[in-house]
Ligand binder design. Structure first.
Ligand code: 5GP
Ligand code: MN
Length: 331
């Protein structure tokens, strides 16, 4: 029995017994887990015959274009902003990360929060927040499986299985990270039996880099710095992305390089999204609490993977500030 069955049942009961207009929302800078969980809960609600829209105002990640469905994804501008939606927020560690127009959120009937971040800001009239689960996709999988069990009605088809598998594989780093548990493998096996397109997902996510990305990666790796033998920091300035014609959304694959070095405990990847806006990713191997470190810069996330945004600083100054704080987390 899942220790959150009560929360799951409350959400299922609410969805089944209310004829609300549901709005499935993504978070800013959506990743595989966010897109996967949003598309699967959207498809689930559609299968239940619910009135539902999926809104994402941020840029849709190019590497996930194989999941893109123009009939599903909308922006806040495409929908009636005066409507009182019941918003379903997925994978959004805090309220401010929900990527929907403020007016829609202010007007909303309420928010149902489904998330696995340790820094979850505790919002929503219904919540299913389990920080031990690998991914929000695993939470959505639990919800749908519970529904299937109660109603004896099969919901997970090839598409939903593919959405859910995408989030599982991205948030567990291909089943490598410490958030990978027995339940993740059981879920993966079940999704494969339902037709998840595993080989397509692997190819699109891990075997599809451009040649220019490799050139940029070479430059980035050449510039890496090691601090006190335990921290590795890599920075990519906007200028480099422009030089190699690589888009900001395509460089996340550099993040793991910061951590995957012998002896390094903490990896920091600094990306200059725009001049004056720096996005930072933290990754740790064994003990540094990245979510705590990120929250010192108003960010958040998980123990072993977190992030933040730094405004109005150039790359060098941001690096200096990050290193100063990060050193305090070393043993
Ligand atoms: P990434 O480094 O891949 O962008 O994010 C790693 C984890 O930290 C993800 O779970 C993501 O949701 C979370 N995260 C990244 N940036 C932020 C941020 O600015 N604020 C919060 N609260 N979480 C973030
Ligand atoms: Mn996630």
């Amino acid at each position: 029995m899942n220790r959150f069955t009560k929360e799951i049942d409350k959400i299922l009961e609410y969805i089944q017994s209310n004829d609300d207009k549901f709005l499935v929302s993504s978070h800013v800078s959506p990743d595989g887990d966010n897109i996967g969980s949003s598309l699967s809960i959207y498809s689930f609600l559609k299968k239940l015959g619910k009135d539902v829209v999926y809104v994402l105002d941020d840029e849709y990640p190019k590497n996930l274009s194989f999941l893109y469905d123009e009939n599903i994804k909308m922006t806040s501008k495409d929908i009636d902003q005066k409507e009182k939606y019941t918003v379903i927020a997925l994978d959004a560690g805090d309220y401010s990360r929900i990527c929907v127009d403020d007016k829609i959120l202010e007007n909303a009937k309420g928010i149902i929060c489904i998330d696995h971040h340790i820094t979850n800001g505790d919002y929503g009239f219904l919540k299913y927040v389990d920080t031990e689960e690998s991914s929000t996709c695993e939470l959505v999988y639990n919800i749908i499986m519970r529904y299937e069990c109660i109603t004896d009605n099969k919901i997970i088809d090839e598409n939903i299985a593919t959405y859910l598998y995408t989030g599982l594989i991205t948030d567990t780093g291909n089943f490598q990270y410490s958030n990978t548990r027995e339940s993740s493998f059981i879920m993966a096996a079940e999704l494969m039996s339902r037709g998840a397109k595993k080989n397509l997902i692997v190819e699109k996510l891990f075997q599809n880099n451009s040649v220019n990305f490799y050139k940029l990666l070479g430059e980035a790796l050449n510039g890496l710095e090691i601090i006190q033998s335990q921290i590795c920091i890599i920075a990519v300035a906007k200028e480099s992305m422009d030089k190699y014609e690589v888009e900001y959304g395509d460089i996340d694959a550099i993040t793991p390089y910061t951590r995957d070095i012998e002896g390094v405990e903490l990896g920091i990847f600094v990306k200059e999204k725009e001049i004056g806006e720096i996005k930072v990713s933290f990754r740790s191997k064994n003990y540094v609490d990245c979510s705590k470190l990120a929250s010192e810069f108003s960010g958040g996330g998980h123990k072993r993977a977190a992030g933040c945004t730094i405004k109005d600083l150039d790359v060098e100054l941001a690096k200096k500030m990050l290193i100063e704080k990060a050193i305090g987390y070393l043993k």
